[in-house]
Design a protein around this ligand. Structure first.
Ligand code: HEM
Length: 421
């Protein structure tokens, strides 16, 4: 069978998912010139995501790394040095440094802040003249997660907008390799500026916490004998300067484009399925159910680059993923797969009996920000529909996808907050 060429614009994701289903649980694809095995079957994907023979460390486990990465537009997804691209003990070391800051308890403590930020954004919208068409992707779905991440990391106001543009471009899979490299250089420049500022003026935020771990060895990772990546012991740094910068890069990037899509997709689904909105309004289902169904049906991360087979992996059905070959987690297709969700996997149904999904991944790399994303999603949806009960899509709206094979949302989400005149 020919390799399926994945469309970098993500223009027709439904057709692409249907083709992945047709080709079987794992199928060779072309990912912007790189050959990978796309896994769309949720049963197999779940197994591979927790299989120790599957690594995210391309430097160690991808023989083509040195040749491909310098000219591949998606290089940052495999080339940055942080928990996202680490394997085994290295992964545990890097994840533990920020893990506690994302615990359910810590995130619960942020509930009030998230509610206040949401209310302030809705106040701004309420002040607009009636009849104004408002793009809710821009004015709610983007703004809330950016503000939350900015607080978490202590981003200065001067850097917020530039981070936004840069992160957008990390998820834009239509860039050339040169454009992607230029974007990364800009991103690193901003992160260096952030680190320098926080080194001078530490505050109560995650950036300062990571800098302290770097500068004083004050990480939570030393108690079990693992140490700094420089291989030293005792008062060694808990992470290298490169890991510090790349961990910040990861949290800024992972922390909002994904959540933007969740809020955008949740609003779009409810506006196009009024009978489902009525179920939530009647109290028959909760906002949490809406969030889970939106995550399942429209996984905010459509495909996730990349994993690598540490040894030959035999698949059920006889095929083998040879050692060293890349594996792509196709979360959007997995969320609608007929083996788990039946033939109506593409239908938005907040009452469906099988609610579980892989939109946050599975196994050791399970999304660290899941409790925060769920809090932001449920808060934004509840507050929007409470405040503007007549909100409706602007007349003539045809929703079109973000140009990306990774980011799964809409380019814009134009609405009338008070309904059609
Ligand atoms: C990892 C999805 C929000 C931080 C992941 C992974 C997925 C994911 C699928 C696993 C990647 C893999 O296959 O290895 C999402 C979705 C979100 C969301 C759908 C919103 C709806 C957030 C937020 C943060 C965050 C708000 C932080 C503020 C992370 C981090 C990792 C991660 C740090 C790496 C974990 C590791 O490698 O051990 N996310 N994410 N995410 N996410 Fe999220």
């Amino acid at each position: 069978m020919d390799r399926l060429v994945l469309d970098p614009t993500g223009r027709d994701r439904d057709a692409e998912s249907a083709e992945l289903f047709r080709r079987g649980p794992a199928t060779p694809v072309d990912l912007l010139g790189v050959r990978a095995w796309a896994v769309a079957d949720p049963e197999l994907l779940e197994e591979l995501l927790k299989d120790p023979r599957v690594s995210k460390d391309g430097l160690q486990h991808w023989p083509d790394f040195a040749e491909v990465v310098p000219t591949w537009p998606l290089a940052v997804w495999v080339g940055a040095r942080n928990m996202f691209t680490a394997h085994g003990a290295e992964h545990r070391r890097l994840r533990r440094l920020v893990g506690t800051a994302f615990s359910a308890r810590q995130i619960n403590a942020m509930t009030e802040q998230v509610e206040q930020l949401t209310d302030a954004l809705l106040d701004e919208l309420a002040a607009l003249p009636p009849g104004t068409v408002v793009d809710l992707r821009e004015h709610l779905a983007y703004r809330l997660p950016i503000q939350v991440i900015a607080r978490l990391l202590g981003l200065p106001d001067t850097l917020k907008d530039s981070f936004r543009t840069t992160v957008d471009r990390v998820f834009d899979t239509t860039l050339t390799a040169e454009e992607a490299v230029a974007n990364l250089t800009t991103f690193y420049g901003m992160l260096d500026e952030l680190i320098a500022t926080k080194r001078r003026e530490p505050a109560d935020d995650m950036t300062s916490l990571l800098i302290a771990a770097r500068d004083t060895g004050d990480g939570e990772d030393t108690e079990d004998g693992e140490h700094g990546a420089d291989g030293t012991t005792g008062a060694a740094s808990a992470l290298t300067e490169e890991e510090l910068r790349d961990t910040l890069l990861l949290i800024v990037s992972a922390g909002y484009e994904t959540t933007v899509n969740l809020i955008d997709n949740g609003i779009a689904a409810l506006l196009t399925h009024p009978e489902q909105l009525a179920l939530v309004r009647s109290g028959k289902v909760g906002w949490g159910d809406v969030v889970e169904e939106a995550l399942r049906r429209d996984a905010p991360v459509a495909h996730l680059p990349l994993r690598f087979a540490v040894e030959d992996i035999e698949l059920p059905g006889g095929a083998t993923i040879p050692r060293g070959e890349p594996i792509l987690a196709s979360y959007a297709a997995a969320g609608r797969h007929p083996v788990r969700y039946g033939e109506d996997g593409g239908v938005f149904d907040v009452t469906r009996p099988v609610k579980d999904h892989l939109a946050f991944g599975h196994g050791p790399h399970f999304c660290l920000g899941a409790p925060l994303a769920r809090l932001e999603g449920a808060t934004a949806l509840r507050a929007l529909f409470d405040r503007f009960p007549d909100v409706t899509l602007a007349p003539g709206t045809e929703l079109s996808p973000v140009e990306s094979l990774i980011s799964n949302g809409h380019r814009t989400l134009p609405v009338l907050l008070h309904g059609a005149p």
